[in-house]
Design a binder for this molecule. Structure first.
Ligand SMILES: Nc1nc2c(ncn2[C@@H]2O[C@H](COP(=O)(O)OP(=O)(O)OP(=O)(O)O)[C@@H](O)[C@H]2O)c(=O)[nH]1
Ligand SMILES: [Mg+2]
Length: 220
């Protein structure tokens, strides 16, 4: 399964999209990768994969994007797709309160299972609330508080107009490059266990060993 690391001089970042059914995950990816939008809803089955090469902070980066199915029916499989991910875009529909409530579930799942996965909150279908502010079901500051707790970014996007879509993925690339040395796949390989034990001991002496909650160990 395409994951994170380095291949042919390119950094590889595994990115996963999570969120309730019909929040607009597939449309977000489709706008970003193909610059296309469709209003016909076709639910994703299992997950779909697509990759895109970008440049971030002067480095060539490949985003390996997994667009998962939001339907509860596929939830047990989803773990497979976020395993090893370095970025998770948690999508909710700005006009649909229940989809926002689901975000807390995904935050919990990721914090429990994927220490190195950075979370990005994404409120979708912004064009609908721009057209009629009464359709907003999730106040901006509510999502902002969660983003603050996670020390991460909160975006409001529209796949219809394209607003902020590129910004989410670009930010993922840049954050990864900025923090690349904190990820296990970019650290020098240890030759054997003895050597590894020595290095761990050494860094503890200097007080550089850390265990950190999700989000809190990344440089901004
Ligand atoms: N107006 C508007 N509609 C959107 C936007 N994004 C998605 N939609 C619509 O919302 C519906 C669901 O979009 P999808 O992208 O298929 O949703 P999904 O999250 O991939 O759904 P699952 O695959 O079932 O998990 C479709 O009818 C889209 O046209 C948006 O930014 N604006
Ligand atoms: Mg989909």
């Amino acid at each position: 399964m395409a994951s994170s690391g380095s291949k042919d001089g390119q950094l590889q970042i595994k990115v996963v999209l999570l969120g309730a059914a019909s929040v607009g995950k597939t449309c977000l990816v489709s706008r970003y990768v193909h610059d296309r939008f469709t209003s016909n809803y076709q639910n994703t089955i299992g997950a779909a994969f697509v990759s895109k090469k970008i440049e971030a902070l002067g480095k060539r980066v490949t985003l390996n994007i997994w667009d998962t199915a939001g339907s509860e029916r596929y939830q047990s499989m989803t773990k497979m797709y976020y395993r090893g991910a370095r970025a998770a875009i948690l999508c909710y529909d700005l006009t649909e309160r229940t989809s926002f409530d689901k975000i807390r579930y995904w935050v919990g799942e990721l914090q429990e299972n994927e220490q190195h996965c950075r979370i990005y909150l994404c409120g979708t279908k912004k064009d609908l609330i721009d057209n009629d502010t009464r359709t907003r079901a999730v106040p901006q500051n509510e999502a902002g508080i969660i983003a603050q707790d996670l020390r991460t970014e909160h975006f409001e996007t529209s796949s219809l107009t394209g607003e902020n879509v590129e910004a989410v993925f670009q930010r993922i690339g840049e954050d990864y490059v900025r923090n690349m040395h904190s990820y296990p796949e970019n650290q020098p390989k240890q030759e054997d266990d003895t050597q590894q034990a020595f290095h761990i001991g050494k860094s503890e002496e200097k007080g550089t060993t850390s265990s950190c909650a999700l989000g809190s160990c990344f440089k901004r």
